[in-house]
Design a protein around this ligand. Structure first.
Ligand SMILES: NC(=O)c1ccc[n+]([C@@H]2O[C@H](COP(=O)([O-])OP(=O)(O)OC[C@H]3O[C@@H](n4cnc5c(N)ncnc54)[C@H](O)[C@@H]3O)[C@@H](O)[C@H]2O)c1
Length: 190
């Protein structure tokens, strides 16, 4: 299958690309390299050394003979470019990891809050919109983490981990469940 991995230069995206390429799929990374720029902004670097994306794909080709293609596209702002890419390449599946992932980063200032929301919401909207407009019938898998706020109204801090919840069933019984906070979402649509 031809598979686009959005955010394929990222922590989860890159191993996903290696796995899919190793399984014989034709893998295309779409990434704007923003995570690397954020590291530069913060003056930090990955705990494990990280080659450039070009070097990563070159070494993978050298070791396996398989190509992983890289396309520098900002999904939140390069809508027409992404739509053109989609129309030309027509992937069978898309795995979408392309988000600003860090809650602490999103809370640094109002600029960082706006950037995170604009980036994450626009990128996903643009992907969905481009699929509709091009008519490309790709299977889309989207993974991301979403914080949900509002606990202060009951005097509670934002919980993290697993929260016990009670759900009333249609037969009137109360069932207990544990719900992850923040929710880890895995959405899959065709
Ligand atoms: N790392 C974890 O343990 C973990 C656990 C659960 C959920 N998640 C979620 O999975 C997703 C991916 O996480 P990660 O740890 O791989 O993050 P990451 O920051 O390492 O990877 C995200 C990639 O998306 C790219 N990107 C961001 N915005 C983009 C845009 N507008 N256009 C193109 N590319 C863009 C970044 O450059 C980066 O390479 C996030 O939504 C994260 O919240 C991560």
């Amino acid at each position: 299958m031809k598979i686009a991995v959005l955010g394929g230069d990222g922590f989860i995206g890159w191993p996903t690309c290696l796995h899919l390429s190793d399984a014989g799929h034709d893998v295309h990374i779409i990434d704007n390299l923003s995570r690397r720029w954020i590291d530069t902004e913060l003056g930090v670097q990955s705990l494990t050394p990280m080659d450039s994306i070009q070097e990563r794909t070159r070494i993978w080709y050298q070791e396996t003979g398989r190509r992983i293609h890289f396309h520098l596209i900002d999904l939140a702002s390069d809508y027409e470019i992404f739509k053109g890419w989609l129309r030309k390449e027509r992937p069978d599946a898309i795995v979408h990891f392309a988000e600003q992932r860090a809650a602490p980063y999103s809370m640094k200032s109002d600029r960082h809050k706006n950037y995170t929301v604009n980036n994450n919401v626009n990128a996903t909207h643009n992907v969905l919109n481009a699929l509709v407009e091009t008519g490309v019938d790709a299977h889309l898998v989207h993974l991301g983490t979403m914080g949900v706020y509002g606990y202060s109204t009951v005097g509670a801090a934002i919980p993290e981990g697993y929260l016990p919840v009670g759900i009333d069933t249609m037969s009137g019984r109360r069932r207990s469940r544990k719900s992850s906070i923040p929710p880890i979402l895995a959405r899959s649509t065709t």
